[in-house]
Write a protein that binds this ligand. Sequence first.
Ligand SMILES: Cc1cc2nc3c(=O)[nH]c(=O)nc-3n(C[C@H](O)[C@H](O)[C@H](O)COP(=O)(O)OP(=O)(O)OC[C@H]3O[C@@H](n4cnc5c(N)ncnc54)[C@H](O)[C@@H]3O)c2cc1C
Length: 347
Amino acid sequence: MLLERDSLGQGQTINSQGIIHSGIKYAFSETFTPKDQLALKDTSKLWENIERQIHIGVRTRSCLLWPYAENTINTTIAALAATSLRSPVSRRLIPPHLKQAPAVYQIQEPVITPYEFIHSLYCLHYDNLIHCPFINFLSPTEIELPRTGIIKSQITILAAGRGNQDLRDAMGLPGGIKMQLRPLHMVVARGDLPELYGHCISRKGVETTITTTGDPSGRTIWQIGGRIAEVGANRSKQDQIKEAVKLLFLITHGIDVKKLEFSTYKVNRAEVQTRLLKKPTSFSYIRNDNVITAWPTKLALVPALAETIIKTLPPPQNLGDPVNHEERPAVAQPIWETWTQEWTTTN
Ligand SMILES: Cc1cc2nc3c(=O)[nH]c(=O)nc-3n(C[C@H](O)[C@H](O)[C@H](O)COP(=O)(O)OP(=O)(O)OC[C@H]3O[C@@H](n4cnc5c(N)ncnc54)[C@H](O)[C@@H]3O)c2cc1C
């Protein structure tokens, strides 16, 4: 049974870029450790298994990767040489909007539509979903539902993103385990845009990651993240849009930014705390008796985390009747689909 406070995937998952990372982008990070790539090594097989069972809304099977400028080519080639995941794109096949790039590579990173992935899980598990704005824990494995009464579980798994800390505190679990929030200030652009999925590499790391999605009116949306979203976490919306426009001008070709509408959103990544607030190298989970607290760290790592946790659990026993009288949660909407006024142009 899954208890949801708001709507499913609200927070990080629904607003994420949906890249099933191969780990390649970490090869360009100043803080890269081989463990980063190791954690992501087998994710693609697990996702292929999931795709055989449910619709996950694959938007593309591969991403592009291109250096920001001539002086980044050597760094890019050296880092790519350490992996077997890339192939150079023949000049003839380079999309027109990357014509200025000194080189373009293709990497095996599918991009999914988070909404469609969550929606498939929602349909599959509908009877076990409960909308519960406030969870009344009588003990870590006993809750009281408004219409059904008391429900007991063998195990409670906290997988509430940034909500995990509050839930742990509410249950009175031992302190000492802390969560970290790493902020992002994402930019979204809407208008006459080509489909683009990929990472632009500079000497400082992944300068930006651009992914393409659509809205219900059929408009194309670019989600612009990467380094710009990290270093711009404290910028105002206007300043962040200005930076994004400058960047698009430098790293793409023939995109008329004056015809685009822009906006931004701020969102925190919630992870287990690490020294110096660095990105954890993999997923994390902590067990306190019958309570597990889990942070996947990456959407790409969700199946690996789930599989690891399931292996530690005893087979389910005494499954009760389905809970039929409680409200069901909805699937969250991407934040830009809920906006009415937030879009601006750069004219
Ligand atoms: C902008 C952005 C882009 C990203 N892009 C990528 C990417 O391209 N590839 C990738 O692999 N990773 C990406 N990530 C990371 C990835 O999105 C997260 O690691 C992952 O989605 C976290 O999932 P989660 O279920 O732990 O948390 P969340 O997605 O935040 O979900 C938490 C859920 O718990 C619910 N909840 C919260 N509090 C409570 C409570 N008290 N009681 C009950 N329910 C509660 C919420 O409503 C929500 O449904 C990105 C993250 C961000 C922010």
